[in-house]
Unconditional design. Structure first.
Length: 328
């Protein structure tokens, strides 16, 4: 089994299954990157001594070499261990790393499925959990966390990665723009829920895996937004639907709350939400007009701007941390 692109949960579930089957497996985490590294810090890969692997630490550049070294016992006898790829130009070229790319990888030998199953149970229950590895002793511990964006940390003697429920996108209103946003969100592995109680909502079939609810939007927020990896975007242009959904979302633990509309309409929306009792601090969380300023006008462009802003904030891209409009 050789699968490059797997979710964290898929890697953990595979690890537990392989351990139950009696296979000798190791978990690899990208600890640090330099230059043009294809995979970010925190990316996971699981490998077994029979040559199977799941996940990716380089997008395909070094996985085969890493598995070969593991099977041959060339990674050393002490685990966890840190190894480098792409330190010099010759190695980087041989392995296909981009020019200047370099990876530091943490390799752990896993010996029990029980801690993995506990972590998976926590994820399924909607919790955010940091799995912390002591690099000096190899001890692994689990810790509850509350911030969905603090996903990874690597220090001198510890490596910590946050696991949690799948990122979720609740879209208020089912129209052309909603369908474009949905397409992009599915490519980014979001769970997508579309809420629209109107009889005039789009009649086209939904893509596979997308959920649709016909309840009122504020009820949908109350029902669906139950963890901090939630994103809520209002797309109806109808204050009767958008405002109460936004009111509930800004009172929730949602990571991102946005709404479509012009600058003028967005200011009027803020005034209405303030009149409903939201504080200035809560209103600061509202991204309206929604999305990055890429000069977007057509629906596919606005959808791109919306998902680009959410992605930038998830990745803590400081240059776009302040809100910018996507269009009208």
């Amino acid at each position: 089994m050789k699968t490059l692109y797997s979710t964290d949960s898929e890697v953990l579930e595979t690890a537990a299954r392989w351990l139950d089957e009696g296979r000798r497996v190791a978990l690899v985490t990208v600890a640090k990157t330099w230059g043009s590294s294809p995979r970010p810090a925190g990316a996971l890969m699981l490998m077994a001594t029979d040559g199977a692997f799941v996940g990716s630490v380089s997008g395909g550049c070094v996985e085969e070499d890493l598995v070969m070294r593991y099977r041959a016992g060339q990674l050393g006898d002490e685990y966890p261990t840190l190894i480098d790829y792409g330190i010099d130009r010759t190695q980087a070229t041989r392995l296909g790393l981009p020019c200047g790319g370099r990876l530091e990888l943490l390799v752990e030998l896993l010996d029990s499925a029980a801690p993995l199953r506990q972590l998976l149970d926590d994820i399924r229950s909607g919790q955010l959990v940091a799995r912390r590895v002591c690099l000096n002793t190899g001890e692994v511990s689990l810790h509850a966390v509350s911030d969905a964006a603090d996903a990874f940390a690597y220090q001198a003697d510890t490596l910590s990665k946050v696991f949690g429920p799948r990122w979720q996108l609740l879209l208020i209103g089912d129209g052309q723009l909603t369908r474009y946003v949905t397409q992009l969100a599915l490519m980014l592995d979001y769970r997508v829920i579309i809420c629209d109680p109107r009889d005039t909502a789009a009649a086209e079939p939904l893509p596979q895996g997308v959920e649709r609810v016909g309840m009122m939007p504020d009820e949908a927020v109350q029902t669906c937004v139950n963890h901090p990896r939630s994103v809520v975007v209002a797309l109806t242009h109808d204050p009767k639907l958008d405002d109460m959904a936004l009111f509930e979302a800004l009172n929730s633990q949602a990571f991102y709350v946005g709404a479509i509309g012009s600058k003028l309409n967005s200011e009027r929306r803020r005034e209405r939400l303030q009149a409903l009792g939201l504080t200035a601090t809560q209103l600061q969380r509202l991204h309206a007009p929604v999305g990055l300023p890429i000069g977007s006008h057509a629906a596919p462009e606005i959808a791109l701007a919306i998902m680009a802003e959410v992605t930038a904030l998830r990745n803590r891209a400081t240059q776009v941390a302040a809100h910018h409009p996507a269009g009208t």
